[in-house]
Design a binder for this molecule. Structure first.
Ligand SMILES: [Zn+2]
Length: 291
């Protein structure tokens, strides 16, 4: 089954769930992620897709998690149309399992800041930050939404990494009670969440987003809204990568020209773009002309 995100509502509560196994595997392959990095990046990308689902078409969201742990920096961009891209600064982090016998994503992330940027078509994007709580990503995003955007939510994210370093199951959910949700519903929901199985267990059993929502919302009558196909997709192009070269200092640029060519790699997807000596010389002239 391909990756999808399903939206549903019930009296005053919206619930989104996503299965992201294929796109997380695409990211693992592109960035050669070891398990801790695969879990951290997969959770962040899934969180970005769930948060992007609240945006309007053509808007976009970027989540950046910058901690003092060995992973250093995780970034994911997502759009409500269902595309996501992302990277982790150090994909080859190896850490022992944590006290619960799980991948130590929190240890890989460390302490630092969660920054979320929303591109809404206004001239200035909207940016907010909050402290990293545990580094386990779902908790950090839940805290961000509460502290920075005053939106109470419950987010669950998971990536089950197999012994061959591929994702066996990946996905997540986001629950947001709206201001008119009544107390009784919230209490019942909290009860459901206390007994909830890990979302990766459900996905590994073959459950899709709709079945995940039904399990989370046991006892509620859900109205299912939309289903969106998800995928890993980067918006990079050779033109966009020219900016990287334009921002190099003059000596570095001259040494590339001396080498006779340059290969620039997109950090989000790993795509490689080649620049010839003539193209490099042209870019140097451009850079000189704006200085
Ligand atoms: Zn790219």
């Amino acid at each position: 089954m391909s990756d999808t995100l399903v939206k549903a509502i019930t009296k005053g509560v919206r619930v989104y769930a996503a299965v992201t196994t294929d796109l997380v595997n695409e990211a693992i392959k592109r960035h050669d992620c070891y398990p801790v990095a695969a879990a951290a990046l997969g959770r962040t990308m899934t969180g970005a897709l769930l948060m992007a689902a609240n945006l309007k078409n053509k808007e976009a969201i970027t989540i950046n998690i910058r901690g003092n742990g060995p992973l250093a920096n995780i970034t994911a961009d997502a759009v409500p149309e269902g595309y996501v891209r992302g990277y982790v600064a150090n994909p080859h982090v190896e850490l022992p399992l944590n006290a619960q016998g799980k991948l130590d994503v929190g240890g890989g992330v460390g302490q630092g800041l969660v920054t979320v940027t929303r591109f809404t078509g206004l001239r200035e994007p909207m940016r907010g930050s909050s402290e990293i709580v545990s580094g386990e990503i779902a908790e950090d995003l839940t805290n961000y939404l509460y502290v920075s955007e005053q939106t109470p939510s419950s987010i669950g994210l998971g990536v089950l990494v197999d012994t061959d370093y591929t994702a066996k199951a990946a996905g997540g959910f986001m629950i947001q009670p709206m201001p008119d949700a009544d107390e009784e519903i919230i209490t019942k929901l909290e009860e459901n969440l206390k007994n909830l199985r890990p979302v990766t267990t459900m996905i590994a059993e073959g459950k899709g987003p709709k079945e995940i929502i039904e399990e989370i919302m046991t006892g509620f009558q859900m109205e299912f809204l939309t289903t969106t196909e998800l995928g890993f997709k980067c918006q990079c192009s050779k033109e966009r990568l020219e900016d990287v070269l334009l921002n190099l200092n003059r000596d570095d640029m001259l040494s590339l020209i001396e080498d006779g060519q340059a290969e620039v790699c997109c950090q989000f997807c790993g795509a490689k773009y080649n620049f010839t000596k003539a193209e490099l010389e042209h870019l140097l002239k451009l850079a000189d002309s704006v200085k």
